[in-house]
Design a protein around this ligand. Sequence first.
Ligand code: PLV
Length: 308
Amino acid sequence: MKLHIVTPLIESMTLSRHLEVPVFLKMEALQPSGSFKNRGMGNICSSYAQRAFKGLVSSSGGNAGLAVAYSGRKLGLRVNVIVPETTNALMMEKIRLEGAHVTVHGKSWDEADIKAREMASQEGLGYVSPFDDPLIWEGNATLVEELVQSGCRPGAIVLSVGGGGLLCGVVQGLHKAGWHDVPVIAVETEGAASFHAAIQAGKLVTLDKIDTLATSLGAKRVAQAAFDWSKKHRIISQLVSDQQAVKACLKFADEQRVLVEPACGAALAVAYDKLPVLKGYSSILVVVCGGNGVSLKLLDQWSKTLKI
Ligand code: PLV
């Protein structure tokens, strides 16, 4: 069962003029659960449904958990979402609204994840990682299939990286399309730079802590597959500050009239701030990955805290 929609591909005239090359936006913020997560989570959850699993368990208190809850409702599977204590009330409410059961466990995602895996094996539920599974990457790769169908072969793709599930899916999709030479600019905020650290070190690195407003990018360690792709595909790691990410969310809200999380603002900031990494490409595509952790009130609070 297909649990995502084909999203609009929009040419941003403001950004195109700003960067002096065509800039396209892939509007994943318009997916039913508000982020690209519908693609990967939809695919893995459908696979569990086909294999006659009766229920699912997810360890994400963020957009992945919400997409699992949405998928479970559509597939008629019960869903348990284990969230760490840090998950905000707004997200828990959205997950419950999709009919899922929310269990608070542990101080961080890692602790919630251990619990989710335990529960899956003890109760025979399908375990759904937020980013680390071939079925998730296969689902995320559909984004590139849509680019192929619309005949949009970008000079470079800009996207955000948390655990690397979006990155793996997009690069996999590029290879499937025969677009091996389309580079990917992988963006993180400075306080969630686990992919950047892995590239610098030449091996996977586990960060001591996450310190960013872009909480959805807060995986202390990226998927092995994301690191492995960096050896087989041109992936350029780029960091931005929280302030740059939030500024981009504000600009995007004004220009495109859509609210997105700082996790998504990070990718947009590369274009809005005309970072040197974009030099030389004939066109740019930004994956507007979306996210639910945003509101007018939150944007206002962040602007004050960061003195924007
Ligand atoms: N969010 C994950 C957290 O991973 C989650 O549990 O929902 N943009 C948005 C709006 C996201 O929600 C996420 C992931 C990303 C980008 C990054 O995607 P990834 O994890 O596939 O690289 C820690």
